[in-house]
Design a protein around this ligand. Structure first.
Ligand code: FAD
Length: 475
């Protein structure tokens, strides 16, 4: 078998690259080990977690409206139906990808692939009916093999009571108690799902803060709410070991006060992900890896091997689906000799908890660390009519602005649906927009997106809904 372009991995990086290449007239083969396309994001990441988080949100809202005159009883959870709905969402989207591949005449091979050399993949397993030979040669390959959950050997126990994110998303049951090891976004999203379904959830984190990559002020409103939702949040606490008691997992903790242990029905280990770059035969190519195992590429996604590009989680942080697909498009355009390069001014990050946290571009922590002069303006959602109507005024929208040029360098939002309203800020950063551009854009009322315009108005000296006297800046 041979192909002009082979894309290895059918996740959001791989299928975006394969589809664009086919649209541009290339002959494309997409190799994926799993029976369905979609990768981590669709099969065991972004989409199933958001399907479950939506249910969590409905449960929370039903509880909240009790105080506003609409009474619902305690929820009764039918786990099998919940699971089936989540699987239907995945099936629907994955089926769509299969159809799109077919329409574009992308050959989909279901097999595990390993590099024999820089222009040959060996195919094994999967569905042999999808390939006519066990060697696939190519002019160029885009490697999009993604990442896998990190599971420290000390936490590896031969029981399904200890889960990684994939196990947690399977939703085998609603356990009585759950310990989430790791206060990053995946851990907190899964913790939110289980807590709203009725599990007593505890989160343990080694560092002094949840979500260490986000600005502290953005995390505070979330942490205040999680303090009420979760049974416990243990910060600066080390997990010293796990032992399987048969009907529970005993977990040892160590913090400034000393050592103790507690029992949990289940444990979710969510301590990060690592690039899927081992066992692929990359040693038979000229591809180079960094000390963390990420494939090294240039800004056109080209590796040290002239026949191989790399994109997505396997090619470096941040490990996010939209970064993977963007890099997929850059890699294809670079192959077509177009002037493409991966130089985003902002890669948005969203934590889909309740409230959500969303940020893009420069953060305050980063500005401090890199000594970048900024002016920070925060618009409290207590002054947003929409937030008051929703009963969710704990949020705020902040802009990080260059004091000289008045350009927007960073945006941070905490509040319900923060993720959906972030994009305007991403566009502002990418387009080099100034606070005046944002402030003078007519925002629809009453929306949460207005808070971006209001924050810019506040920076310029006068925002209608808040009184904060300060010099009005000249146009
Ligand atoms: P992947 O999606 O990991 O796809 C790689 C594919 O390559 C896999 O399908 C794999 O089977 C295949 N493969 C690997 N090796 C081989 C081989 N040898 N032969 C054949 N096939 C192979 N990101 C977001 O942006 N937003 C979110 O809300 C979000 N939520 C997440 C929630 C969870 C629980 C998790 C785990 C991740 C989440 N992510 C989220 C991260 C996101 O899933 C990844 O960043 C994204 O999937 C990376 O895309 P990719 O194409 O690089 O790789």
């Amino acid at each position: 078998m041979e192909s002009q372009l082979v894309v290895l991995g059918g996740g959001p990086g791989g299928y975006a690259a394969a589809f664009l290449a086919a649209d541009m007239g290339m002959q494309v083969t997409l190799v994926e080990a799993e029976p369905r396309l979609g990768g981590t994001c669709l099969l065991k990441g972004c989409i199933p977690s958001k399907a479950l988080l939506h249910v969590a949100r409905v449960v929370a809202e039903a509880r909240e409206v009790n105080e506003w005159g609409v009474k619902y009883g305690a929820p009764s959870i039918d786990v099998a139906t919940l699971r089936a709905r989540k699987d239907k969402v995945i099936q629907n989207l994955s089926g769509g990808l299969k159809q799109l591949a077919k329409k574009r005449k992308v050959t989909v091979v279901q097999a595990r692939a390993t590099f024999e050399n820089s222009q040959t993949l060996k195919l094994e397993g999967g569905d042999p009916a999808t390939y006519s030979a066990d060697r696939l040669t190519f002019e160029h390959c885009i490697l999009a093999s993604g990442s896998i959950p990190a599971m420290p050997s000390a936490f590896k126990l031969p029981t399904d009571r200890v889960m990684d994110s994939t196990g947690a998303l399977e939703l085998a049951d609603v356990p009585e108690s759950l310990l989430v090891i790791g206060g990053g976004y995946i851990g907190l999203e899964m913790a939110t799902v289980y807590a709203e379904l009725g599990t007593k959830v505890t989160v343990v984190e080694l560092t002094p803060t949840l979500l260490p990559l986000a600005d502290r002020d953005l995390v505070k409103p979330l942490q205040d709410r999680l303090n009420k939702l979760f049974a416990g949040i243990y910060l600066e606490t080390k997990v010293t070991g796990l032992s399987d008691l048969g009907n529970a997992i005993e977990v040892g903790f160590e913090d400034a006060k000393g050592r103790r242990s507690e029992k949990f029905s289940r444990v979710l280990v969510s301590v990060g992900r690592r690039p899927n770059s081992t066992g692929l035969g990359l040693e038979n190519t000229e591809v180079e890896l960094d000390e963390k195992g990420f494939v090294i590429t240039d800004d056109r996604q080209q590796t040290a091997d002239p026949h191989i590009s790399a994109i997505g989680d396997v090619a470096g942080e941040p490990m996010l689906a939209h970064k993977a697909s963007h890099q997929g498009k850059v890699a294809v355009e670079a192959l077509l000799d177009e002037p493409a390069a991966f130089h985003p001014a902002a890669i948005p990050a969203i934590v889909f908890t309740d409230p959500e946290i969303a940020w893009a571009g420069l953060t305050e922590e980063q500005a401090k660390a890199e000594n970048i002069a900024i002016e920070v303006i925060k618009y409290p959602w207590a002054a947003s009519g929409r937030a008051v109507a929703l009963g969710r005024t704990e949020g705020f929208t902040k802009l990080l602005i260059d004091p000289d040029s008045e350009r927007i360098l960073g945006v941070g939002i905490v509040g319900v649906n923060a993720g959906d309203i972030l994009t305007e800020g991403v566009l502002a950063i990418e387009m080099g927009a100034t606070a005046r551009d944002l402030g003078e854009t007519i925002h629809p009322h009453p929306t949460l997106s207005e808070t971006l315009g209001f924050a810019a108005e506040a920076f310029l000296g006068s925002a209608t809904e808040i009184y904060r006297p300060r010099p009005v800046r000249e146009a």
